[in-house]
Write a protein that binds this ligand. Structure first.
Ligand code: ADP
Length: 378
């Protein structure tokens, strides 16, 4: 990625040069077998075979038919949280620190490890810390507490309504899109400036408890809502003037030039999204009442996410982001200026062949999306 220019304002050639095509990176993670898999399956059979070195996955429909898929990363059930973070999320975090917007999303059937991968606090076992905690550790370690700031919002999207997990009485928060810049904001949501990582862990714990409580009250499960952590990073960097040749300060003139370096403020946003379960909960046709409402809305948001992914993958000029709140929220994270990583999570059991297959196809389509990265400056 191109570094910021010293003027703090981009010329048109600057922005042309700064355009840099980056494909959405897609990783697949297999959850370890659990008791239920053994009990339900008896003689356990798996429908997936991983080739982590080749970054390939074979999906077996039956003994005679299988397909081989290539991903950016393939994580076996033994892959550590640390490895998953470093391979999938860390590159996005690094680009956020350089002034780009970024998104890390988890998509998959309920029970396949989305929340484990994203939101695990790891209080009892720090090796289990998930992507949210590790990302904030890296961000907080890279900024200066004197000049920079990191602030978060933590939201839940349920039945097309945005709820604030840090201020639970705030519901129905509007999503505002700037018609000129295309930037998305949530002016009603609490934005909490972080003091340190302990402060973040407290907020995440509080937010997760609210997510659980809100869902208990609504008689639903957290797997029915999308959880979205928004991290606002503001970082000031001093850049070298283009005319300034040497970077080593060896004379009074150099010293003067160095002191003239222009500070610019980089503002960027990281979204970490734990999506609702991708299974089609109305497929039996037996749900009714509130469950049916829920099914419709989850299907609406994930279906419209799928449509946007397809449109982006096919390079369509029109991306239908207005169809659901989820895609409106993700609007400035897909295509355009953002860097995106997607983790698709799957279970090992052949019982869920069709869900696993649809998750893999979703990931395969997302691999075709190319984002044009441009530097965000104040
Ligand atoms: P989801 O968010 O997709 O519904 P969860 O993250 O709640 O799924 O995971 C379901 C269960 O499996 C949880 O008990 C979780 O701790 C466990 N689990 C998921 N992934 C892993 C993993 N990679 N290693 C160990 N346990 C896991």
């Amino acid at each position: 990625p191109k570094r910021p220019s010293s003027s703090g304002a981009k010329s048109s050639t600057d922005s042309d040069n700064a355009a840099d095509a980056v494909r959405v990176r897609v990783a697949v993670r297999l959850r370890p077998k659990n008791n239920e898999d053994f009990i339900e399956d008896g003689d356990f059979t798996s429908c997936v075979e991983l080739q982590p070195e080749a970054k390939k996955l074979r999906l077996k429909k039956n003994n005679w038919s299988s397909e081989l898929y290539k991903f950016d990363e393939v994580f076996t059930e033994g892959a550590s949280q640390r490895r998953v973070y470093e391979a999938v999320a860390k590159p996005v975090v690094e680009s956020v620190l350089e002034g780009y917007n970024g998104t890390v999303m988890a998509y998959g059937q309920t029970g396949t490890g989305k929340t484990y991968t994203m939101a695990r606090l790891g209080k009892d076992d720090p090796s289990e810390r998930g992507i949210m905690v590790r990302a904030l550790e890296d961000i907080l370690a890279s900024i200066s507490s004197l000049t920079d700031s990191v602030a978060i919002s933590y939201l839940q999207l349920y039945l097309e309504s945005v709820q604030d997990l840090l201020a639970p009485d705030k519901t129905n928060i509007p999503i505002v899109e700037d018609p000129k810049s295309g930037d998305v904001s949530l002016p009603g949501a609490a934005v909490v400036e972080l003091r340190d990582i302990d402060h973040f862990n407290e907020l995440l714990h509080f937010g997760e408890a609210n997510r659980y409580a809100a869902n208990t009250k609504l008689n639903t499960e957290s797997s029915r809502s999308h959880a979205i952590l928004v991290v606002h990073v503001q970082r000031s960097v001093k850049v070298k003037d283009e005319n300034e040749g040497a970077s080593v300060v060896s004379s009074t003139d150099d010293l003067l030039a160095a002191s003239n370096r222009v500070p610019i403020v980089l503002k960027s946003k990281l979204l970490i999204v734990d999506l609702a379960g991708s299974e089609r909960i109305d497929k039996s046709g037996s749900v009714e009442g509130p469950m049916l409402e829920e099914a419709k809305f989850i299907n609406l948001s994930l279906t419209s996410l799928g449509k946007c992914i397809n449109a982006l993958a096919e390079n369509c000029p029109y991306i239908p982001t207005r169809d659901s709140k989820l895609t409106r929220l993700l609007r400035d994270s897909f295509g355009g200026t953002a860097r995106t990583s997607l983790i698709i999570t799957i279970g090992p059991s052949a019982r869920y062949y069709s869900e696993t297959s649809s998750t893999i196809l979703f990931g395969q389509r997302a691999m075709k999306i190319v984002n044009t990265v441009k530097l965000k400056e104040e």
